[in-house]
Design a protein around this ligand. Structure first.
Ligand code: GLC
Length: 433
């Protein structure tokens, strides 16, 4: 199942790129940055990114600044939500502002930023891309050219309270949704556990919901787009996937509060001990393992692949890539800083501090790292088999349609069948453009 998903993911990516990539593309070859010498200028730069949740980004920037007094990097921290980060970066680009030099782009924004020439093409031969995970590198390319460098990857994981499962006599993490529901019932039947939430992911109406919806559909054996890029959400599999989420909210297995959850909200609920199962990205491992009193579940939880309808589920491919704004000065400094930040040493330091998934493949096999993060093999497998979201220039419209459908069905504003019928026709219009 996992292998099939991987093949389908790669095909989907390629086809979606062809079907959707043309929209809004000026057609010109934004290659100025690719020619040697074109990335010019050295001096101070600003680096726009989502929240530096561990402080390690600042630590690496400090390390760089100590060695580059006249090329200092300053972090501009953007809001927590992926959508708000994109808005800030799009505004910066539309104003042709010099403010942001390096952009920490979500993997789904490459096509839009490259096609609009908001970021410059990068010299591929200056990066040892063969040492990076291939799915991550693919997210940094547009029309086969490199516009960003993968900094960390992301795959959805199931965090679960091993202590509670053990107390209920359960010896292994659930592989299916049914097993997960049965495990919840057993745990909640124990004294003091009745108020626990069974499961939550990211169900607020934003990019995280697109990831969770896609995972639910894929984990029921379906897809959002098929191998030829055609929308496939009006199917039994997609209905099964969305019903898993909508029914969970109706029955209370998914706590009502979860419809407002983005990554950090769910992470806090899990580490405060309110949830038995939680879908989130790898960064939660370090936060929930904190021994400073901030996590109530330190040493009490474990990680497993996402469950699915009749076997293991299939994750959505997430992650972040660094790109250089077309309107910025000091692009040579920016290029060097990206090389520094994506080096073996920096990625290792990032993994140790944040538990974010490295994009350099060999770190997953480093014995010292495997000792500290025993789930690294599971994580690598989850990323290699994860399904990418469509590489569309108008991805914003695609994701808005998905969020609308998923949110309205999950919140009882429309039936699962109606929501998916409507989504199918919206996606058909968008992919036909
Ligand atoms: C994480 C992922 C990113 C995804 C986002 C959704 O940041 O890396 O790809 O779009 O979460 O909230």
């Amino acid at each position: 199942m996992i292998g099939k998903a991987s093949v389908r993911g790669a095909a989907l990516l390629a086809v979606a790129a062809v079907v959707l990539a043309g929209c809004g593309d000026s057609g010109s070859d934004n290659s100025s940055g690719g020619q040697s010498g074109a990335l010019e200028g050295r001096g101070p730069i600003k680096f726009a990114t989502g929240k530096d949740t561990s402080g390690n980004m600042q630590k690496l920037v400090d390390e760089w600044n100590t060695k580059h007094a006249d090329q200092k990097v300053t972090i501009t921290e953007l809001p927590e939500s992926a959508d708000d980060q994109r808005d800030a970066m799009v505004r910066n680009a539309q104003a042709k502002s010099k403010e942001f030099t390096i952009l920490n782009l979500d993997v789904v924004w490459t096509a839009e930023f490259a096609a609009n020439q908001w970021v410059v093409q990068l010299p591929q031969d200056q990066f040892d891309l063969d040492n990076f995970l291939e799915p991550a590198v693919n997210t940094a390319k547009y029309r086969d050219k490199l516009y960003a460098v993968p900094v960390y990857s992301d795959g959805g994981l199931l965090y679960y309270r091993k202590d509670l499962l053990t107390a209920a006599g359960i010896t292994a993490a659930p592989k299916t949704w049914d097993e997960m529901q049965q495990d919840c019932a057993k745990v909640k039947a124990l004294p003091g556990n009745a108020g626990l939430g069974c499961y939550a992911g990211q169900f607020d109406k934003y990019e995280g919901l697109t990831c969770n919806f896609s995972e639910a559909v894929q984990s029921a054996g379906g897809s959002v787009l098929d191998d030829s890029g055609k929308p496939t959400v009006n199917t039994q599999e997609a209905k099964d996937g969305l019903s898993f989420l909508a029914d969970g909210l109706k029955s209370g297995e998914i706590p009502q509060a979860a419809v407002t959850y983005e990554e950090e909200d769910g992470r806090r609920a899990f580490q405060d001990g309110q949830l038995i199962f939680h879908r989130n990205w790898p960064y939660v491992y370090a936060k929930a393992s904190a021994t400073d009193g901030s996590s109530k579940v330190n040493g009490k939880f474990d990680i497993s692949p996402l469950p699915g309808k009749s076997g293991p589920g299939v994750s959505t491919l997430g992650g972040h890539n660094f790109a250089i704004s077309a309107f910025a000065e000091n692009k040579a400094t920016a290029l060097d800083f990206i090389k520094f930040f994506t080096s073996q040493e920096s990625e290792k330091s990032n993994l140790l501090a944040t538990s974010q998934a490295p994009t350099r493949a060999n770190l997953y096999d480093d014995p010292a790292l495997v000792k500290q993060f025993p789930y690294l093999a599971t994580l690598k497998e989850s990323i290699l088999n994860a399904v990418p979201r469509p590489q569309a220039v108008k991805y914003n419209e695609v994701t808005a349609a998905i969020q609308e459908a998923a949110y309205s069905a999950m919140n009882g504003k429309s039936s699962v069948d109606d929501a998916l019928k409507d989504l199918q026709s919206k996606l058909e219009d968008l992919t036909a453009q």
